[in-house]
Ligand binder design. Structure first.
Ligand code: PLP
Length: 429
């Protein structure tokens, strides 16, 4: 028996069940991945016991001889994985997650009530990029700063750079944030740099989703034109849950970012996570990872094309990266219902809003990513099969919705009971 089995059988059993769930189904959540056993070993190591507030060589606690070496190695590998010159770029590897990395970056770059522009959540942006509704400021990034989100064009689904420029001329932001959680196309950094320069604004890229593609040179390079780049480490980058902030060595950004992370926004670093990030970054600099990043994109393209062959509509018509955003509105079906059927057959996807949606709990789309299953060696032909399963799931959702006779989720779930098609699809998956 393991120590956990002996000490806490309840938690041990739940972990075993979750492990089985992860490996027995089809994991298609675009922000998830399967990290390596080496990463998990470092993440579960005794480094979790240590306090080390401060930076390597300048800590507020004793006993940090080895922790300093771990953090320095992580910083070096972060720069190497993204091919950055240490004369021009530095990195802080202490953020606990993407959200704290972003809030720390905002704290470093602008003052309370300064103006920022980020992609609107219903257009695929992230909460931490200034999300607010017409009624309420929701994210701390809109509570403490003045936010004017930009949008995608509702016809094309593409970022409306012209409108962004017009609005920036009125709003005069101090910071423009690019990056997204549900945008299937690459970013035009030169256009954003030009707009930022007109207003003397900083340009920050949040590459949380595409970090692994940038490391693998399968996406446009944000480091060429941005001042600050943040990322999570657990999505396409395939590491443990954590965040990174890269900064240009100009305008004193080094001390501004480091001070913003600690002491402004965080306390003691999670050294176990930093060691695990270091392991993941070493892997991300390897030729195998480059091949992985290429395959992630090829798989997303194959999945997108297969769904289009079934005559479904994808936002922007396809994808440049690891995800597709599937617009279910022409079918008069919500993303929540498709997510529900997929859950029942062990396919994990997430409902997602599409520009123009008003109900966030029953949005019109589903977001699907290929990074996790590519880590499990799926190739293009496997994703054509995945598309077939998704097609069947959607057809089931349509027939169940008709049988339920109402739009209510509870009637929909009731109508799923004893459905043979669901049982058969689950068996096949
Ligand atoms: N930035 C983007 C673009 C994201 O998609 C996410 C998470 O999905 C985050 C930041 C936040 O990361 P975390 O969940 O680690 O706080």
């Amino acid at each position: 028996n393991t120590p956990l089995q002996e000490d806490d059988k309840e938690i041990y059993d739940l972990i075993q069940k979750e492990k089985y769930r992860q490996y027995s189904g089809l994991e298609l959540i675009a922000s998830e991945n399967f990290t390596s056993l080496a990463v998990m070993e470092a993440n579960g190591s005794p480094l979790t016991n240590k306090y080390s507030e401060g930076l390597p060589g300048a800590r507020y606690y004793g006993g940090n001889e080895y922790i300093d070496q771990v953090e320095n190695l992580c910083r070096k590998r972060a720069l190497q994985a993204f091919r950055l010159n240490p004369e021009e770029w530095g990195v802080n590897v202490q953020p606990y997650s993407g959200s704290t990395a972003n809030f720390s970056a905002l704290t470093a770059l602008i003052q309370p009530h300064d103006r920022l522009m980020g992609l609107d959540l219903p257009s695929g942006g992230h909460l931490t990029h200034g999300w607010q509704t017409s009624k309420k400021k929701i994210s701390s990034s809109s509570i403490y700063f003045e936010s004017m989100p930009y949008q995608v064009n509702s016809e094309t689904g593409l970022i409306d750079y012209d409108r962004l420029e017009e609005n920036a001329n009125l709003f005069r932001p101090k910071l423009i944030i690019c990056g997204a959680s549900a945008y299937a196309r690459d970013w035009e950094y030169a256009k954003l740099r030009k707009i930022a320069d007109i207003h003397g604004a900083y340009l920050m890229a949040d590459i949380a989703h595409i970090g692994g593609l940038v490391a693998g040179q399968e996406a446009n390079n944000p480091f060429e034109l941005c001042d600050v780049v943040t990322t999570t480490t657990h999505k396409t980058l395939r590491g443990p849950r954590a965040g990174l902030i890269f900064f240009r060595k100009k305008d004193d950004l080094e001390s501004r970012v480091n001070n913003a992370v600690f002491p402004s926004c965080q306390g003691g670093p999670h050294n176990n996570a930093i060691a695990a990030v270091a392991v993941a970054l070493k892997q991300a600099a390897s030729p195998e990872f480059k091949q992985y990043a290429k395959q992630v994109r090829a798989n997303a393209k194959a999945l997108g094309e297969a769904l289009v062959n079934y005559e479904y509509k994808l936002v922007t018509g396809g994808t440049d990266n690891h995800l597709i955003l599937w617009d279910l509105r022409p079918l008069k079906l919500t993303g929540s219902k498709v997510e529900k059927i997929c859950d029942m057959v062990n396919i994990t996807v997430n409902k997602n809003s599409i520009h123009g949606d008003t109900n966030m709990l029953a949005p019109g789309g589903v977001r699907i990513g290929t990074s996790a299953l590519t880590s499990r060696s799926f190739k293009e032909q496997d994703f054509v099969k995945v598309a077939e399963y998704l097609h069947r799931a959607v057809q089931i959702a349509l027939s169940v919705q008709e049988k339920a006779g109402s739009k209510m989720m509870k009637d929909f779930v009731m109508a799923c009971q004893d459905n043979e098609d669901i049982a058969n699809l689950k068996k096949e998956v």
